[in-house]
Design a protein around this ligand. Sequence first.
Ligand SMILES: [Zn+2]
Length: 499
Amino acid sequence: MTTIESAADVAHRYDPVIGLETHVELGTASKMFCGCPTTFGAEPNTQVCPVCLGLPGSLPVANATAIESTIKIGLALHCDIASWCRFARKNYFYPDMPKDFQISQYDEPLCTDGHLDVVVDGRTFRVEIERVHLEEDTGKSLHVGGATGRIHGADHSLVDYNRAGIPLVEIVTRPVLGTGALAPEVGKAYVTELREVLRGLGVSDVRMEQGSLRCDVNLSLSPAGSGVLGTRSETKNVNSLRSVERAIRFEMGRQAELLDAGGRVVQETRHFHEDTGVTTPGRSKEEATDYRYFPEPDLVPLAPDAAWVERLRAGLPELPAARRARLAASLEASEFELGSMANAGVLELVAETVAAGAPAAEARNWWLGYLAQQANAAGVEPAELAITPAQVARVVALVADGTLSTGLARQAVDGVLETGSSVDEVVAARGLVRVSDVDALGAAVDAAIAAQPDVAEKVRGGKVAAAGALVGAVMKATRGQADAKVVRELVLSRLGAPG
Ligand SMILES: [Zn+2]
């Protein structure tokens, strides 16, 4: 498949229906059912015990903090919290789960029937949440010897059980209808907003690149206006916000091409390839019956009492949507500007830059302008850039007090992005100081005049506009560090022309 039709073209003939299943590793100090630590990046198989290795005779004990975090997530997503529910045993044999089953929740999830609103292009889309449930993460397999890192072609596999048993929350949406050509953006906006909610709650570090937030993207197409749901594909472990959008876009094009040619979409899991932006088939989808779920006999039912739930509700922090509404005022932003900032993923960054002392207009310009360009060029989200809002505020302050010109400020930002050093360190290390000292500039101005005598003569003769060539030469000679206004004044006074 070489060309993929645009989402807008596909949406003329088909109604895309998206669904998102998001897995979030909770940031608890210990695992879900044992006391093992959960530190990321530890030596393989050093954070394990008889419970998470599933050794005979070991018994799980539920982690209260993880249950509390799950209830908080449910409340933030406007869900009903079950007053009584049970864990379920999900039976399967994969080497990454040594017990041959995973403790999860099946027909009795802790939280149900919520929603999360997202705004794309000025339109609000309500994404309905079907369920939020709590389970344990699996271990990690490493397939060695193949070109792709996948099991096919590998000559052996290694398994690390450090992750096995880390509390994992799964958030499942209902099918999202009516997004049309905006389906890719709505999918991305949903995961972005969900990540903000989770970050705000402080229940997870939500780092997609480390796998603590992982997303499965379901997509189906139905003939436009038919209301008949099509067969969906499920693209697994899409691990960046941008990839969520790209995966939906690709699947829309792929399925449309298939359906146009009279083919049919197979219900299957697919893998998204970051490098090429395409999805390829994985295994055909298991049915729930394949897992032979039954209530977990080793754990007591979960029965959060109403007073506990209400205490958690009262302790919820301000949610991102409410915070944005409040920010609109403090950022002196119109509804449209607020939307642009939210869509560009810079709203919180602008707010934090303002909180660090920058004027709202300056903070907005930096994040929507130069920094958005840098993020785009690097293929990352602005929030993933190696510069903090406080550092941006520092750059703004140095421009305001005349230390840096706009050009030098950009060089300072580049330096921070490249080296991770502070703004002041970059300014000192790279000698980024605006030269406005008349004595220091005098020599450069004289050199420019000597190098272009014909231009100098024109200026002497009254053609003031010609001075630009000399100012340009001085700016170049000083690597952009001169104050152009001062240079111009010097050139004109040297040549006896009116300023
Ligand atoms: Zn353990």
